[in-house]
Design a binder for this molecule. Structure first.
Ligand SMILES: [Zn+2]
Length: 134
């Protein structure tokens, strides 16, 4: 049985996971992850569930309401594909982390809840974009 996804505790652990995926190489793939550069909307119908594995989650179930504060040490917008990743900050602190089993592209996804809608957002992730903590 699939139990709850493993909690990724910190940036070290996340970058370790993603480095491992990146090191395993990739084959050409046409999955829809190619189009989610920087927090693009990814509905369930676009989401290539079948060929993804979940690496874990950054959403700590023991925290009722993770912060909505953002952290971006560069002048880039948070949805810029080159924006850096701080796992303690929004929206990373509520993301699940996946990788495509074909192209080995790592991706994060979270769900934004509006008044009358829910919006799944995803962005591709590279290990070098993760801000390493202490
Ligand atoms: Zn792929």
């Amino acid at each position: 049985m699939n139990s709850d996804p493993k909690l990724i505790k910190d940036s070290q652990e996340l970058s370790h996971l993603i480095c491992k995926i990146e090191d395993s190489g990739s084959v050409p793939c046409t999955c829809s992850l190619l189009r989610c550069e920087g927090w693009d909307t990814m509905s369930d119908s676009m989401w290539p569930q079948k060929q993804l594995i979940q690496l874990g989650t950054l959403r700590d179930a023991r925290v009722d309401e993770p912060t909505f504060e953002e952290f971006q040490p560069t002048s880039l917008r948070a949805d810029d594909p080159k924006a850096l990743i701080s796992v303690e900050h929004f929206p990373y602190n509520r993301c699940d982390v996946f990788a495509c089993t074909k192209c080995n592209q790592a991706v994060m996804r979270y769900t934004e809840y509006g008044g009358y809608y829910i919006d799944h957002r995803a962005r591709r992730v590279r290990a070098e974009q993760i801000i390493k903590g202490e």
